[in-house]
Design a protein around this ligand. Structure first.
Ligand code: ATP
Ligand code: MG
Ligand code: MG
Length: 355
């Protein structure tokens, strides 16, 4: 059989490796952190930094294709590896999504709505941007932000200098605040031959800046859902993407009409797609593996209604009750200790398809 290399060893890498194993692949996980949850289920592992060229070269030599499970793998690492073996979804998708400024510029070039934004490289830039975009606004670091880390909301009366200071004066973007009715995401998979499939649009609720629940069907109009799916495909095609792509969007209600604003994209399997493990013909993990391996894509159709709830920190302590709950499918990541804000697992509550 062939071997899939995965950069990153978190729970997404773990679930990818499990899905890959079911299709007969071996996985070699490369991650700088020796305590990573994906290592438990991997056939081979490398613990080394993303700058270690000797370790990267040996890794590339041991696998047939490489993918990544988080978008902060340095683009230079992906480029280095791609001289030896295919790196998918691709260096371009990785580079575009790890910098919020290039991400927004890409969306704009595709004619896709994003929040009004401005690049911020100095306090002067920030003050000018606040003048132009108004308040509230959200200042976000261009790189390395996740779960709401690396962002600060600026309200009327707030001190701009303090906000800039809070982000350590890092290169940032200021975004106008979007009064959204709900948040949704599109999960698109694109194969090596350019074929695409899309899962049903998912509705996402965040708590303390971390995804709390994802629900299908989403409470949106069929036309809006169709537009969200089409938009996801358009982005995947523009990036010549291979694998699973997640597109986070705001749904804005204006009178009786609905409008979509893209928040960010993730060039990987995504937390809002975990419901697909138990609610769709094939999971996002299986489809990502199939796509990068050049296999036919599998069924993305939803066969059930589903609510995915993340188990964060101590939420996972009560897993016995969840394991006993009818219709609940429990997924735990095997992390040794729970810490506040740490994703320990999730539960998919599945019911007969109504919507
Ligand atoms: P993730 O963990 O999804 O990668 P992140 O740290 O990259 O999160 P964003 O997705 O940009 O951050 O923002 C986190 C959340 O903050 C969004 O899901 C949304 O609820 C809120 N938010 C972000 N940008 C805006 C905006 N411009 N207007 C209104 N709310 C926003
Ligand atoms: Mg993000
Ligand atoms: Mg986000």
């Amino acid at each position: 059989g062939s071997t899939i290399g995965i950069l990153g060893g978190g729970q997404l890498g773990r679930m990818l490796a499990v899905a890959a194993a079911e299709l007969g692949f071996r996985c070699h996980i490369y991650c700088p952190d020796g305590e990573s949850p994906a290592f438990d289920v991997a056939a081979a592992r490398t613990v080394a930094s993303y700058e270690n060229e000797a370790a990267l070269a040996a890794f590339a030599g041991s696998v047939d294709v490489i993918t990544y499970e988080f978008e902060n793998v340095p683009a230079t690492t992906a480029e280095f590896l791609s001289d030896q073996v295919a790196v998918l979804p691709g260096v371009r998708a990785l580079a575009a999504s790890q910098d919020r400024l290039s991400e927004k510029e890409l969306m704009r070039s595709l004619g896709i709505d994003v929040a009004p934004f401005a690049a911020v490289d100095s306090l002067n830039d920030l003050e000018a941007a606040l003048e132009r975009l108004g308040r509230p606004a959200i200042l976000k670091t261009r790189r390395f932000g996740y779960d709401g880390k690396g962002q600060v909301k600026i309200m009327p009366g707030d001190d701009a200098a303090a906000a800039y200071e809070a982000l350590g004066h890092r290169p940032a973007v200021l975004e106008g605040f979007i009064s959204f009715a709900r948040e949704v995401s599109a999960l698109v998979v694109r194969g090596r031959g350019g074929e695409t499939a899309v899962y049903d649009i998912t509705e996402n609720v965040h708590r303390n800046h971390i995804l709390h629940t994802s629900t299908v069907p989403a409470a949106i109009r069929p036309e809006t859902a169709a537009e969200a799916r089409a938009l996801g495909i358009r982005i995947a095609e523009a990036l010549d993407y291979v694998g699973l792509l997640a597109v986070e969007m705001f749904l804005v209600e204006e009178g009786t009409s609905e409008r979509l604003v893209v928040n960010e994209i993730a060039p990987r399997v995504h937390n809002s797609g975990h419901w697909t493990q138990d609610g769709a013909g094939a999971s996002q993990f299986e489809n990502h593996i199939r796509a990068i391996a050049g296999w036919p894509l599998a069924d993305t159709r939803r066969h059930s209604d589903a609510v995915m709830t993340n188990l964060i920190g101590a939420d996972a302590d009560d897993w016995h009750a969840l394991a006993a709950e009818p219709g609940a499918r429990l997924h735990l990541y095997g992390k040794a200790e729970s810490r506040p804000g740490r994703k320990m697992g999730h539960v998919n509550r599945i019911s007969r398809k109504r919507g």
